[in-house]
Write a protein that binds this ligand. Structure first.
Ligand SMILES: [Zn+2]
Length: 122
């Protein structure tokens, strides 16, 4: 991978990280606004749903943040863009779409097959 690509991907990662931070902050203030409101009895159930939705979103975002941090560390350690499973380079096309990915397309596909979830491509 060329230095230019690496710089570009690093910028993508930093941008993503900022977006997640902003989103998490937004969620927090939404949640606060909701909690501060007088809640009617019938809204109670709705509030519960929303709470679990926030939890799920936060969980996903925090996972992604972890992956981004890891990717940024890998850039420093010059191990970025290498699949953690088969140690082969991850294609640039894949990194463009998923800059924080830890696995090449093949390995990611295999793992997702095991989890019986729809595969995320590329
Ligand atoms: Zn692999």
């Amino acid at each position: 991978m060329g230095e230019k690509d690496l710089i570009h991907l690093k910028q993508l990662l930093l941008k993503k990280r900022r977006e997640i931070f902003d989103r998490l902050r937004g969620l927090e203030s939404d949640w606060q606004a909701l909690s501060e409101r007088d809640i009617e009895r019938e809204e109670e159930a709705q509030k519960m749903d929303l709470a679990s939705l926030f939890d799920q979103l936060e969980e996903l975002d925090r996972q992604e943040l972890d992956d981004i941090e890891l990717a940024l560390t890998k850039i420093v350690n010059v191990t970025y863009g290498i699949c953690e499973k088969c140690r082969k380079p991850v294609t640039l096309e894949r990194l463009e779409v998923l800059p924080a990915t830890r696995f090449c397309r093949k390995c990611a596909f295999k793992m997702e097959e095991k989890q019986k979830k729809p595969a995320i491509l590329p």
